[in-house]
Each structure stands twice: as C-alpha cells, then as structure tokens.
Design a protein around this ligand. Structure first.
Ligand code: SME
Length: 176
C-alpha cells in the first residue's frame, strides 16, 4: 500500500507536506481500497461539505488514470448545480432528467456510459470526453449530489470502477 498515511494525517494541520501523497496499486481493487481509506482520512472530522467535496475531487483526479473531469453536482432545490471539481469549466445547472448527471439524479441509479456520444441528451462540457460514470450520493433517503467522472477513453469505467466509485460516494454522502 502506497498511501503515506502520516502525511494524510498532517493534512488536518498546516504541514507543508499536506498534499504529498500518492496512491499506486498494482490492481484496481487495491487502488480503490486505498483511495477509499485516503478519502476517509481527508474528510475525518471536517463538517464543511464544500471543503470535503473539493478535496475529494482533487484526490480522485490525482489518483485515477485517464480522466479529464472529476467533480460534483449538488441537488439544490431539485436542480443539479455545479460543485467542486477538477478539469475544464463545466455547465453550471442541469435539470433532473437531462444528460447523464440528470439521469443519475432522476433515477438514483449509477450511470456508467461506455460511449457518451451514444447517450441521447448527453451534455458535452468537454469535447474530449468519450465515456462517463455518474454516481448518486444519497443520505437518509435524500439525494445530496452526484459524483461525475469523465474520461477521454471509450469504455474507461468497468464494473470494478463502479463498485469503487459507489464506495467513495457512500463515504462522501456522510461528509457533505
Ligand atoms: N456530461 C454531463 C455533464 C456534466 S460534464 O460532463 C462535467 C452530462 O451529460 O450530464
């Protein structure tokens, strides 16, 4: 395991090394397990949801290969509104039911799309995007936000990626 947990702990303070950690695992299941424990460490004890989403977006962006956008859309009064992210500037408001994010919000089902160009109504924020996964974050029966990850590679997201991202969204649903 390549997480430098001592440095992760120092992220709670003002240590100069606070972002100096890397997750590098031989297989995807181990990588997602390490990523989940790094995320738990990052959000532990912090109650500000925007701060936790911001650090989560940065951690996932730094860890997952072949991604061009990682971030959140929050459920604000029944509309998805852009939250913390890494990648190119994106569309700000998405109605439930529109695009991949809106489909995830409306159905509360993970949307794992091998080819975004084949998805009717896909909203192209970055023309480089070829595949996408969107995971709803639900707490106490309420949709809080969706986690959206885009890739410039077709069929980037496997069932293992889906299981890993669902675990990440479960951790975050309690922390935002
Ligand atoms: N492609 C998304 C819109 C959000 S961007 O990818 C950041 C969609 O169709 O919902």
């Amino acid at each position: 395991m390549a997480i430098r947990s001592g440095l992760l702990r120092s992220a709670r303070n003002d240590g100069e090394d606070m972002y100096d950690f890397k997750i590098a695992a031989a297989d995807s299941a181990t990588m997602y397990r390490d990523l989940a424990s790094a995320l738990e460490g990052l959000v532990a004890g912090e109650t500000d949801g925007i701060a936790n989403m911001a650090n989560a977006a940065a951690l996932i962006w730094e860890t997952l290969p072949d991604v061009n956008w990682v971030g959140f859309y929050r459920n604000i009064g029944g509309e998805l509104v852009l939250g913390p992210f890494q990648g190119r500037p994106a569309c700000i408001r998405i109605p439930f039911g529109q695009g991949v994010c809106g489909a995830a919000a409306a159905t509360r089902q993970v949307q794992r799309i091998d080819d975004v160009h084949a998805f009717a109504g896909h909203i192209a924020c970055d023309s480089a995007s070829e595949s996408e996964i969107v995971v709803p974050m639900v707490r106490d029966g309420e949709l809080i936000a969706v986690l959206d990850i885009d890739s410039p590679r077709k069929s980037r997201f496997s069932e293992e990626d889906e299981a890993g991202c669902v675990r990440l969204s479960e951790i975050l649903a309690k922390a935002v």
